[in-house]
Design a protein around this ligand. Structure first.
Ligand SMILES: O=P(O)(O)OC[C@H]1O[C@H](OP(=O)(O)OP(=O)(O)O)[C@H](O)[C@@H]1O
Ligand SMILES: Nc1ncnc2[nH]cnc12
Length: 183
């Protein structure tokens, strides 16, 4: 029997996130239960507590925060500022001027390609990757490849929400995955 992963964060932070996430059935496609974080972002004290709670875990241990477009950017920018480090942007295809490295991958709904400018990562830099949702793990795995191919060392992947039924962790084998709320 496999044990479900536990949240890597204090229960107060997990509860705060749970209370502010909305569930929308059949969005953006039939059969998908969409986890909407907009109520969390719209609540100033809750958003602030989330960013401080994330920062408390990584302060002094990371040199940069890599955000994954789009919703990962919303978390990465304030977290990088709170930690006093820079932010690396991992972007959807065609949005970054070259030179870029890129990886194609499959999503829960659709396909995608992520790109990164390798000159935004320094050799040996300790990088925290952050995103809002870990679903099938394709996006996170693509980001790991891009950061590592650019010379960075992935310290951990921080995920606001993890959809455990989609087994995203298996694509991130060997990397530390810290999720705030696991469904
Ligand atoms: O683990 P995976 O199966 O790869 O899925 C997770 C990704 O899916 C969503 O991105 P999406 O590009 O759908 O939307 P966004 O632009 O709103 O962030 C989400 O924000 C994650 O980045
Ligand atoms: N079920 C879901 N809800 C919100 N964002 C997602 N990204 C991938 N799957 C998702």
């Amino acid at each position: 029997m496999t044990t479900a992963p536990a949240s890597a964060f204090p229960v107060e932070l997990t509860d705060l996130v749970r209370e502010h996430v909305r569930e929308i059935p059949d969005f953006p496609a039939p059969g998908v239960l969409f986890r909407d974080i907009t109520p969390l972002l719209a609540d100033g004290p809750a958003f602030g507590a989330l960013v401080r709670g994330l920062a408390d875990k990584y302060r002094g241990h990371v040199d940069a925060v890599a955000g994954l477009e789009s919703r990962g950017f919303i978390l990465a920018a304030p977290l990088a500022l709170e930690l006093g480090v820079g932010m690396i942007t991992v972007r959807k295809a065609g949005r970054l001027p070259g030179p870029v490295v890129g990886v194609d991958y499959a999503l829960e709904y659709g396909t995608a390609r992520m790109e990164l400018r390798p000159d935004t990562v320094t050799e040996g830099q300790r990088v925290l990757i952050i995103d809002d949702v870990l679903a099938t793990g394709g996006t996170g795995a693509a980001a790991v490849q891009l950061v590592e191919r650019s010379g960075g060392e992935v310290v951990a992947l921080a995920m606001l929400l993890e959809l455990a039924a989609l087994s995203g962790r298996t694509k991130l084998d060997g990397h530390r995955v810290d999720s705030v709320l696991i469904y």
